[in-house]
Design a protein around this ligand. Structure first.
Ligand SMILES: [Zn+2]
Length: 130
């Protein structure tokens, strides 16, 4: 399953709009519903307006009416092995995660196999509105 998510992230990374950084990223998210949503990064001439692949995929899920939580998110970049989500995306993933122990972050390891992390491994003290 993780290999399949990584493969889809790999495919969607080819659609990245990144004329400035040339840094392609793709994300594929599996929700509890079994549905998958994908996203790539979309840059802008005004750099700060650029959108990451992960948030693009989560926005797509919301726009498509997804109401369940994130089981796993695979992130891939041909430019960098183990391409971790940025801080903003970690906070976004936490917003839609089952919890920080069950939601998995899937990266491509050095030997091209999936590296599986828990959300808590990369985002142990996220902001929560309580
Ligand atoms: Zn990001």
């Amino acid at each position: 399953m993780y290999q399949e998510l990584l493969q889809k992230a790999k495919e969607i990374s080819k659609n990245a709009y990144c004329p400035y950084s040339k840094f392609q990223v793709g994300a594929c998210i599996l929700y509890e519903s079994g549905k998958k949503y994908e996203g790539c990064n979309v840059e802008n001439a005004s750099y700060g307006l650029s959108l990451c692949a992960e948030r693009n995929a989560m926005s797509s899920a919301v726009a498509n009416g997804e109401k369940t939580k994130i089981k796993a998110i695979a992130i891939y970049s041909p430019n960098q092995k183990k391409c971790l989500p940025c801080g903003a995306c970690r906070q976004w993933i936490a917003e839609f995660a089952i919890n920080d122990k069950e939601t998995k972050i899937i990266l491509e390891d050095d030997n091209s196999t999936p590296l599986v992390l828990n959300l808590e491994d990369i985002f142990p003290y996220g902001f929560k509105f309580e």
